[in-house]
Design a protein around this ligand. Structure first.
Ligand SMILES: CC(C)(COP(=O)(O)OP(=O)(O)OC[C@H]1O[C@@H](n2cnc3c(N)ncnc32)[C@H](O)[C@@H]1OP(=O)(O)O)[C@@H](O)C(=O)NCCC(=O)NCCS
Length: 228
């Protein structure tokens, strides 16, 4: 693709340099280890491979979350979103789930999406907790704005964290009702909800960093809807 660099510079969303998220390892209920780490912009095409099958899974609102996540990741890849980041969970190198968000400003973080591919292990829950950890502890923000697009999401975030409903703002995800996780609430809930160990043992980190493996479409469908 031929790019007019002068015009491209005007089209690109401005960005600040963001502190990185230090990888961690979580032992899940089935004994498997999940490495949670930050994805790089260059990883986006592989991540899109994993998100694409969800566009055709209406169950549990995977389609709406998937299509929005797809657009956000592509927007990040094409430099059309400001200050986005993406964290991933990998088990034996395989992508188990994705979360993303962005800094709206220095103090306010926006939680975008959480998508679990491996289900029944609280992968999504652990990744959401990692996202909150990133905003408050590593990006140094004061609060995170969150919305839910599914009943499971509502149970997992609004109820489990006791998030505060905001009546004076709309969330950027289509103006949906926004809920707030303050820094204080994060530290109150952290002992119960944020888990994982650092540093990640080298052999696990090596596997995770070597390649983001993505299961084929039939396997992803089976993982998401098959067990129910
Ligand atoms: C919301 C989400 C991230 C939560 O992930 P999670 O914490 O790993 O939870 P799971 O999806 O595995 O399970 C959620 C519930 O559905 C049940 N469930 C549904 N399908 C299941 C399956 N195929 N296998 C096992 N359990 C399943 C689980 O038992 C669990 O019940 P619980 O709440 O009583 O524990 C995940 O469900 C998801 O990606 N949903 C689609 C996108 C979405 O809604 N994102 C959040 C809005 S932004």
């Amino acid at each position: 693709m031929k790019v007019d660099l002068e015009l491209e510079a005007m089209l690109r969303a401005p960005e600040v340099e963001q502190p990185s998220y230090p990888p961690k390892i979580i032992t899940m209920a089935n004994g498997k280890k999940m490495v949670v780490r930050e994805a790089a912009r260059e990883d986006v095409p592989v991540l899109l491979e994993a998100v694409r099958p969800t566009l055709r899974i209406p169950q549990d609102f995977y389609d709406i979350v998937g299509v929005r996540l797809y657009a956000e990741l592509l927007g990040w890849y094409r430099y059309r979103v400001r200050n986005e980041y993406c964290l991933i969970g990998q088990v034996d190198g395989y992508l188990a789930g994705i979360v993303n968000g962005r800094m709206m400003g220095e103090d306010i973080g926006i939680s975008l999406h959480t998508l679990a591919i491996d289900r029944g292990l609280r992968v999504g829950s652990h990744l959401f907790a990692s996202k909150m950890e990133h905003h408050i502890e590593y990006l140094g923000q004061q609060e995170v704005w969150i919305t839910a697009e599914s009943p499971i999401g509502f149970r997992r975030w609004m109820i489990e964290y006791g998030l505060e409903k905001q009546t004076d703002v709309q969330h950027e995800l289509g103006g949906a009702t926004s809920y707030r996780l303050s820094k204080e609430l994060y530290y109150e809930t952290k002992p119960r909800l944020v888990v994982g160990d650092r540093p990640v043992p080298q052999e696990y980190l090596d596997v995770a960093m070597k390649e983001i493996k993505v299961a084929d479409e039939a396997t992803i469908r089976e993982k998401i809807i098959g067990v129910k």
